[in-house]
Design a protein around this ligand. Structure first.
Ligand code: XIL
Length: 318
């Protein structure tokens, strides 16, 4: 893992995994997940999201998040924490309240204090704000933005910095992996906005949900990473997967391997790139087929626990 701080895989609690009715696969799955030679880092794919952590106002439930945080601790893995403020998988009460700016400010402050406070000292990094941008690089019109404008982003980072000073604070998004896209420009503007306001931000997380048949080149990924690194101390690939238009064949698996390898090449070459996280590692537990119809096989282990060519491809590239 030359130069990188970690290579990891995100995971979920057993009964939330995408195709939970596969309990027979759990022992084999868990052995790979826990193996320090496979993954030195993990992230809860769902457990720390607002929907699970504060499903009702002031009713906090850390059970789902703890499953992965405890697993990280037991197995000596770094923990990336995900995500404090996000428009999706938000508790319905947040969405349905008719907020004044003041009340929403208190609700966000209370949420971050409770969650980042509870996990204080255990998160290598926090995705403080997730997916605040639209495809064209302007702000996404979420409940947070509609009530507070870009102030909600400053607020979230300020409160997180206050509550867990040791955690690296990240802005995280998808589609910000190419150097010249409007969304990448938007992400840089967002970071600058925080810095101009004197708010601490330590990193940019590129989710990197890529396509086997059309992924950025290593040069592009390097250029993008270096662009962020001019503004923040670190960058990371936080949710890497490379999806295939089904059915799988050798050619598509080869394209997929190249996609994974390009991310490794880029992260190894850019000093500020601290690590790579794949968004789970076992195809049956991937989110991809549930969201992108006709696509799948995006991770490193097939359903029968044989490995994709991308596995050895990555190992050789490190
Ligand atoms: C996904 C989870 O993997 C799924 O289990 C869930 O149903 C939806 O969310 N961007 C993110 C992640 O930041 O939190 C998302 O995770 C995938 C896209």
């Amino acid at each position: 893992q030359a130069g990188l701080l970690y290579f990891g895989a995100a995971t979920d609690t057993p009964y939330q995994r995408e195709r939970a009715p596969y309990p027979e696969s759990y022992p084999q799955y868990d052995a790979i997940l826990r193996d320090p030679n496979e993954f030195g880092q993990t992230t809860p794919t769902n457990g720390q999201k607002w929907l699970f952590i504060e499903p009702e106002p002031r009713l906090f439930n850390f059970t789902e998040g703890d499953y992965v945080a405890d697993l990280a601790q037991e197995t000596g893995k770094l923990l990336r924490c995900h995500a404090l403020v996000w428009h999706s998988q938000l508790a319905p009460w947040v969405e349905s309240t008719n907020w004044t700016a003041e009340a929403l400010t208190s609700a966000i402050t209370r949420h971050i204090r409770a969650v980042a406070g509870y996990y204080r000292g255990r998160c290598y990094a926090w995705d403080v704000v997730n997916e605040a941008l639209d495809e064209d690089g302007t702000y996404r019109k979420s409940i947070f933005y509609n009530v507070l404008g870009e102030d909600y982003i400053k607020l979230a980072f300020r409160v997180a910095a206050e509550v867990d000073p040791a955690a690296k604070l990240y802005y995280n998004d998808y589609g910000i992996e190419r150097p010249n896209s409007n969304k990448t420009a938007g992400a840089k503007r967002l970071v600058k906005m925080l810095k101009d306001a004197g708010v601490r931000i330590d990193g940019v997380g590129m989710q990197a949900h890529l396509h086997a048949d059309n992924h950025p080149s290593a040069e592009d990924l390097i250029q993008t990473s270096k662009g962020y690194a001019e503004l923040v101390k670190e960058v990371a690939f936080t949710e890497l997967d490379v999806r295939i238009k089904m059915p799988v064949n050798d050619t598509k698996l080869e394209w997929q391997k190249e996609g994974y390898q390009k991310v490794v090449t880029a992260c190894v070459k850019v000093k500020a790139c601290v690590g790579i996280t794949i968004w789970d590692f076992y195809d049956p537990f991937s989110w991809v087929p549930h969201v992108f119809e006709g696509q799948g096989a995006s991770l490193l282990w097939f359903e029968d626990f044989s490995k994709h060519p991308a596995y050895d491809g990555m190992v050789q590239t490190f």
